[in-house]
Design a protein around this ligand. Structure first.
Ligand code: FES
Ligand SMILES: [Fe+2]
Length: 430
């Protein structure tokens, strides 16, 4: 692993100032109220978000089924860091900084691919799939190949989802694995394929994208396609009340009898949540008519067509739906203070055949329309928040409990990490 964040002194000064300002505002903030403007548009505060959140936490980057065989790789750009995830010859997953040890060229530029070895396109330094340097032409007799392997990035996979962490010392992945695995393993997502994927740029700060995702206050006016099948009720979209809803608890008991963990479970620090939620009565999938989109279900051994939707969010990089017939993953990546990349993937059983078992348009139209509407509302939100006249108001206690929960997670983590860093660098924090 390498050290993050080497900066020149002037930049360092600006960043120290931004950290102190943010810490002050976090400490003064009104709970259950939207954040102040700078959190959403300041370049320095965006850089603090990268360093304190995105470069420290586990991030979902892709699926096991995308890197199934030795030599398969996928790439991802996390802030300033290009990263490559590659399956090695013994079946292990490795992640590396996608930056050649010779003069730094990016090695893999495609989003996905398959190689025998990783070959830098610039001067052809060649690396084993486990990152060791295999060959470097004409480097002289003193050159020691063993010293110039690729720098590693932490990597883990659970339930068909691949994660990386850029931190020098990563947070323990085991609590995440223990939480997610029982819910996701039965759906056999490692035995799927990507039927369709799309990447869009939302011209909005990554936190506005999350805030929009964590409530359905906006759904009736903006998502006519989605609300045909997805209940707008805050007990489904939010973070409390589901266990007091007898319709939901009856479904949970039924699904759990089938061997599918379903109950609402929020991690201790509020960073991730799993829960299986019923769709609108009579609907089994996110289609315009509510009927299944894929004839071949994800789980061969369970005939039940209505498994609701298994939800997972993990801040800051992903939210997910797993239905009986297909799964949809959403991956966020920050691009700038006011731009976020959203990649959506539709996964089906690996043997499902397009045109026979599923129709791509039927399967994707609801979420394509929903993503587009969300892109529009997030962009308009950003334009309004950019205004010096923007004045943060309270969130709706009825509909925006999920937003309050996200903002609390962000503020608590950021405040704790900023204070700890300030303490360890000897700066005053009060
Ligand atoms: S930069 Fe990669 S081989 Fe030269
Ligand atoms: Fe939405």
């Amino acid at each position: 692993m390498i050290d993050n964040g080497k900066q020149d002194p002037i930049q360092q000064d600006r960043m120290n100032h931004a950290r102190a300002e943010m810490l002050g505002r976090l400490r003064r903030r009104k709970h259950e109220t939207a954040l102040e403007r700078e959190f959403y548009c300041s370049p320095e505060e965006y850089q603090v978000d990268l360093e304190m959140i995105w470069y420290r936490d586990w991030l979902f980057v892709g699926h096991d089924c995308e890197v199934l065989n030795p030599g398969d790789y996928l790439t991802v750009q996390i802030g300033e860091y290009p990263v490559v995830v590659v399956r090695d010859r013994s079946g292990g997953l490795n992640a590396f900084h996608n930056s050649c040890r010779h003069r730094g060229s990016r090695i893999c530029s495609a989003e996905r691919g398959s190689v025998t070895r990783l070959v830098c396109p610039y001067h052809q330094w060649t690396y084993h799939l486990d990152g060791r340097l295999f060959a470097a032409r004409d480097m002289g007799t003193e050159f020691d190949k063993t010293q110039w392997g690729l720098h590693r990035v932490h990597c883990a996979s659970v339930g068909g989802y691949v994660w990386v962490c850029l931190a020098k010392v990563a947070p323990d992945f085991e609590p995440i694995r223990k939480h997610i695995e029982p819910y996701f393993l039965p759906h056999k997502l490692h035995q799927t394929k990507i039927a369709f994927e799309t990447t869009i740029v939302e011209r909005a700060n990554w936190k506005l994208v999350w805030e929009n995702n964590r409530e359905c206050y906006h759904c009736s006016a903006n998502h006519p396609e989605l609300i045909r099948t997805f209940p707008e009720t805050p007990t489904v979209t939010g973070v409390e009340g589901a266990e007091r809803n007898p319709l939901i608890t009856a479904k949970w008991s039924h699904w759990e009898d089938l061997g599918l963990p379903s109950r609402f479970h929020l991690s201790d620090n509020g960073q991730y949540r799993t829960s299986r939620m019923p769709l609108v009565e009579g609907a089994v999938s996110f289609t315009m008519d509510g009927k299944a989109a894929v004839r071949r279900p994800l789980i061969d051994s369970i005939a039940e067509p209505d498994l609701g939707t298994l939800l997972l969010f993990h801040y800051p990089s992903t939210w997910n739906h797993v239905l009986a017939d297909h799964a949809i993953s959403f991956r966020l990546l920050p691009m700038s203070p006011t731009e976020t990349l959203l990649t959506t993937k539709w996964l089906v059983h690996k043997d499902a055949v397009e045109g026979v078992d599923y129709d791509l348009k039927r399967m994707t139209e609801v979420w394509l329309a929903t993503n587009e509407a969300d892109r529009r509302v997030c962009q308009e939100n950003q334009i309004g928040v950019n205004s010096p006249a923007y004045d943060p108001a309270p969130y709706s206690p009825v509909h925006e409990g999920g937003v309050i929960q996200f903002v609390d997670w962000y503020c608590t983590e950021l405040e704790g990490r900023l204070a700890q860093d300030a303490r360890s660098s000897g700066s005053r924090v009060d």
